[in-house]
Design a protein around this ligand. Sequence first.
Ligand SMILES: [Zn+2]
Length: 98
Amino acid sequence: MLHCPHCKVEHDATTLLSCSDSAWPLPQWLWCECPACHERFHLHARDGELATIQVLGSPGAEFRTIETMPCSDLRTRQDPAFLHCWLGEVHYEYAARE
Ligand SMILES: [Zn+2]
């Protein structure tokens, strides 16, 4: 479980992936909307791990990790236009934000 950085409510990986609607494929960030408070935050999705992060600068890729959780059945693949995630057999794809 990861806490929303705004309201601190806990969400599991399925909720976090379902509530994300777009991504930055290169640094593997997701743009997630908390279903409890509807504030937005960034997630860092990697094979086996999901984290809430604070992005420090634009257009740089620097960020600070807020909280990390192991997510053994998470797999990711990036292409220029999409970030793909699989949680077990469930596939999610997120269009790249400009
Ligand atoms: Zn929240």
